[in-house]
Design a protein around this ligand. Structure first.
Ligand code: KIV
Length: 261
């Protein structure tokens, strides 16, 4: 699986199974389990570094973990998060830092934000850097959003989200993560844009799903969000849990209604 196949997968109705990954050993296990894409998420600030948010993650952290994942993943797409403060100042700043993540082994970078980031997305994609957008609950804005909350619940917010998604698509984004948005909104948004959507707490109709690996293996000591399923329950090994995740995403069994808003 590589990034070029994503659209074809969506066109033939095959769901895209994505997991976060931060090291070489898990990258190999995930690739062997059939995960389609690995996301080196800045969630590593919480699940690896023990912080309360993603805000303190540095570009150096992201380069290090991207390099580790790239050593373990032989033939699978790697998306790396651009950390807080590494891309918001200007498109030039974003290009300089995105290039460092690509040099570390990423095939695509992910950044948070809608229309306000469109010029930056255009700047990166027109210079050879594939970009994944991230809308809905955007963890780097946790303080502005007033905590971990579902986004797009009222008509005005839902319309803004749709407008943002279209702006990112128009600017050249190749993929879009939707986090903590009502299932109905994610479904209609997915139908209205032409790039694949990857949901996390965004219902079953997205083109794919992503979970934080520590959540789906049940090893994060913090609060478990409603959209998480612990795939270690009933699994004989980590490998079996990863394979079950892939199988349930592909079949549409995960997420169930109880995992959605
Ligand atoms: O950092 C991360 O793990 C993410 C996912 C929650 C999508 O951005």
């Amino acid at each position: 699986m590589n990034l070029g196949n994503l659209k074809q997968m969506t066109e033939r109705g095959e769901k895209i199974a994505v997991l976060t990954c931060y090291d070489a050993s898990f990258a190999t296990l995930m690739e062997d389990a059939g995960v389609d894409l690995l996301l080196v998420g800045d969630s590593l600030g919480m699940v690896l570094q023990g912080a309360g948010s993603t805000l303190a993650v540095t570009l150096h952290d992201m380069q290090y973990h991207t390099r580790c994942v790239a050593r373990g993943a032989k033939n699978i797409g790697i998306i790396s998060d651009m950390p807080f403060g590494s891309y918001q100042i200007s498109p030039e700043q974003a290009l300089r830092n995105a290039a460092r993540l690509m040099a570390a082994g990423a095939h695509m970078v992910k950044l948070e934000g809608g229309s306000v980031m469109a010029d930056t997305v255009r700047f990166l994609t027109s210079r050879g850097i594939p970009v994944c957008g991230h809308l809905g609950f955007t963890p780097q804005s946790v303080h502005q959003l007033g905590g971990y909350r579902v986004q797009g619940r009222n008509t005005e917010d839902a319309e803004r989200l749709l407008h943002d998604a279209m702006a990112l698509e128009e600017a050249g984004a190749g993929l879009l993560v939707l986090e903590m948005v009502p299932a109905g909104l994610a479904s209609s948004l997915t139908a209205q844009i032409n790039i694949p959507t990857i949901g996390i707490g965004a219902g079953t109709d997205c083109d794919g799903q992503v979970l934080v690996m520590h959540d789906m293996l049940g090893i994060y000591p913090g609060k478990t969000p409603k959209f998480v399923k612990n795939f270690m329950q009933g699994a004989a090994s980590v490998q079996a849990a990863l394979a079950a995740y892939v199988q349930e995403v592909k079949s549409g069994a995960f997420p169930a209604a109880g995992h959605s808003f």
